[in-house]
Design a protein around this ligand. Structure first.
Ligand code: AHG
Ligand code: MN
Ligand code: MN
Length: 334
């Protein structure tokens, strides 16, 4: 059995594209994921599922679990030497690690500690999204913001842990997508499937249609196309939207579909954050033969200028994203 746990690989040869250093970072991510999964599954921790009544940098109400997960991951990474700094959705500024790590750590990590916060207290799937880059400032000097503002095509690894009916880790180091499942009795993740690819055809579209009136015309037209009798499926596409981006992406990856969060009146640049939501998911989508776009261009080629910058996001089966782009280009984006 191919196993990945929080201490070591039992069979390193089964994960040939994970270097020893990356292996250590993954072990840290897995440790955080195991703790979060434990917390949300125990009645005695039910209090952690409530709102904290505080807002984060994005002016969004933080749930206690957002704060808990954020702190837990930071504490875990802080105690390690190979990570030089962290960017988190829940922190305004970069977290520069102290001492040797900041100067010698080869990697920086970007995190959405809990994606799908609005689903925490209603027992719907949530996740942790991560993105890893090699630093560009030389080893020996402190890292800078430039280490985090790299385009997504420079990611060396990305993935998510999905806390659903089962807990799964989906990740890629640029050699296909791996899927591991958590066994809580043994406390380990074991490899279920390698080289996951999108199905060749899809029929699911995931978008918050409650915002329909404030969508760009091209997006409205694409939704109408999804609702028509479709030549391929002989019926309209199926709408599925949980409000947990990571869960919607996961379903669409396995069953075939497209996820869209366009610009809206409330979110003129889209809602999702480029660095720790869209880039890691775009990296996975491309590894699975899919496509990720902002409606016009490739997500992974966007040069970021702000840590918490947002972008419209279209991700899924390539032909579906191509079609959505066609509607956008034909009807103009705004
Ligand atoms: P987060 O919980 O990290 O703030 O992300 C929430 C995101 C994403 O998971 C989800 O798809 C989207 O917000 C839902 O937004 P709407 O409620 O506007 O549809
Ligand atoms: Mn999120
Ligand atoms: Mn979040």
């Amino acid at each position: 059995m191919q196993i990945l746990n929080n201490l070591f690989f039992e069979s390193q040869q089964d994960f040939p594209y994970l270097t020893k250093e990356l292996n250590e970072i993954f072990s840290d991510i897995i440790l955080g994921g195991k703790i979060i999964r434990y917390k949300i599954s125990k009645p005695k921790f039910i209090n952690i599922l409530a709102s904290s009544n505080k807002k984060n940098i994005q002016n969004e109400i933080q749930m206690k679990l957002d704060q808990y997960a954020n702190k837990k991951f930071i504490d875990i990474f802080k105690s390690k030497k190979n990570i030089a700094g962290i960017v988190s959705e829940e922190e305004k500024e970069i977290i520069f690690l102290e001492g040797d790590s900041a100067k010698k750590g080869k990697y920086v990590i970007l995190l959405d500690p809990i994606d799908g916060s609005s689903n925490i207290d209603v027992n719907v799937s949530i996740g942790t999204i991560f993105s890893i880059y090699q630093r560009i400032t030389p080893i020996g000097v402190p890292i800078t913001e430039a280490d985090f503002l790299q385009p997504g095509n420079k990611q060396i690894a990305a993935g998510y842990i999905l806390y659903g009916p089962s807990t799964v880790l989906i990740y890629s180091t640029g050699y296909g997508i791996n899927k591991l499942i958590y066994d809580s009795t043994l406390g380990i993740f074991s490899l279920l499937k390698e080289k996951i690819m999108y199905p060749s055809k899809g029929k699911i579209y995931s978008i918050n249609e409650g915002d329909y009136n404030s969508f760009p015309v091209g997006v409205k037209k694409y939704i109408k196309f999804c609702q028509e009798q479709n030549k391929e499926t002989n019926r309209p596409y199926t709408a599925r939207y949980t409000g947990s981006f990571v869960a919607d992406f996961h379903r669409n990856l396995l069953k075939g579909g497209i996820y869209i969060y366009p610009n809206t009146t409330k979110y003129p640049n889209g809602k999702l954050r480029l660095l720790y939501e869209c880039n890691p998911i775009a990296f996975l989508a491309e590894q699975g033969g899919g496509k990720a776009s902002d409606g016009n261009k490739r997500i992974l080629d966007i040069i970021p200028n702000k840590l918490h910058q947002r972008t419209p996001f279209f991700v899924g089966i390539k032909t579906m994203v191509d079609k959505a782009e066609l509607f956008i280009n034909k009807h103009c984006y705004m």
